[in-house]
Design a protein around this ligand. Sequence first.
Ligand SMILES: Cc1cc2nc3c(=O)[nH]c(=O)nc-3n(C[C@H](O)[C@H](O)[C@H](O)COP(=O)(O)OP(=O)(O)OC[C@H]3O[C@@H](n4cnc5c(N)ncnc54)[C@H](O)[C@@H]3O)c2cc1C
Length: 438
Amino acid sequence: MKTDVLIIGGGLSGLAAAVKLSQKGVKKITLVEASGKLGGRAYSFVHKETGDVIDNGQHVLVGAYKNTLEYLDIIGTRKFLSVQKNPHINFWSKEKGFSTFEIGKGKVFSSLRFKGLSLKSKLELKKVEKFFQKFPSNENEIQKLTVDEWLNSLHQSTEAKKNFWYPIAISVMNELPEKASALLFARSLKASFFSGEEDSSILISIIGQTELYVDGAVKLLKESGVEISLNNEVISFGEQNGKISKARFQSGEEIEANYFISCVPYFALERIIENSTLEKNQFLYLKEFQSSPIISIYFWFDKEIIEQEMLGVCGKNIQWIFNRNKIFQSTNTNHYCVSIVISAAYHLIEKPKEAIEKICFDDLREIFPNINSAKLNHSLIIKEKRATFSASPTLEAYRPNSKTKTENLFLAGDWINTGLPATIEGAIESGFKISKIF
Ligand SMILES: Cc1cc2nc3c(=O)[nH]c(=O)nc-3n(C[C@H](O)[C@H](O)[C@H](O)COP(=O)(O)OP(=O)(O)OC[C@H]3O[C@@H](n4cnc5c(N)ncnc54)[C@H](O)[C@@H]3O)c2cc1C
């Protein structure tokens, strides 16, 4: 078989590349995906016992995700995002109980009303605000720092770190503060917290991720004549005159193409390169990448136990709690579903599911003692061991650009040089960028 453009990987970067290229009028695009579904690391499925549509992990977007919003506009599903009216974050900590942090019009730390921190810690937040007055011209000051080192350099108190910065940083970066890149965290904060009110709004899908990101894209791509092939894993490239001539598949099939767009994670590209005769030195950077895990836990109760839509938890194993009945469009009123996310879950990922469930349930009970009068009907634990790449300060120098030394091979994906941590926005932006090459 022969095509013009072969897109390898049907995650959000691959779908975004296909959508933009087909919009541009590029003919003969083929998208191949190793698994039986599209969407990659952002997907949903029906939970058998309850019939609920659930995600492989609750994803949260912010108004600053401009490429993502454009993608959803193109495929017609932006209307399924619920947009927070007055940008705010709810927190819980053992010391202060429940509190709400209001993010107001780019003056993020001007509110002293926040009850989650002592006055002294709140005043110290101003030092971070001051840092952002010069950002990004002071980017080089924090290039080599971890999030923790950066917060220390800005004299943030232990209380401010534990009860404010860490829950935000760990979820934005999917990495521990002592390992995560300060620069990428600062860029993410600048784009959301320190921009307009619209950019700092939290956006949550009211439908499953597959419906949000995949179904509309598939319809559009099929109408444009894009070939989509599932359960079709690329295992190696064939080479001719220094260019890639074909992709070989697990099934024994081969597809020839003029252009090859890799939209697979770093570890999958490494496997393909190892099996190919391509000059390997140009891909040595792949060895520098490591992954960071995320655990998602779903609990179904017979009654509502949580009022808030979303809650950041400080100083516990569980980090963020989502009230699925409040968030989701079609909710089952026979039961109440709570989802919990633990990012950078290194300390839990190898534990048996029963042990993780107990740890999370105990945390939840401490925050919501009314859980004692509710019946737990079902639970589900989803471990994503390689949820994202680990965004450390040293890794930035190794993240590759879209263009490679092999003339007709291009890269997209959340892990390439997007200037962002591993996010949906990075994945979609990298896919969109591919269209500029054509
Ligand atoms: C639990 C969880 C929670 C997250 N939460 C958030 C969040 O709140 N906000 C946010 O912005 N981001 C979040 N992310 C990150 C976000 O999901 C990813 O950054 C994004 O989906 C990555 O898209 P991608 O296209 O780069 O890669 P992928 O989604 O990994 O897509 C790559 C695709 O390539 C396929 N593939 C691999 N090898 C081959 C091969 N040899 N041949 C053919 N196909 C192949 C794979 O099967 C996969 O479908 C989260 C991730 C996880 C796992």
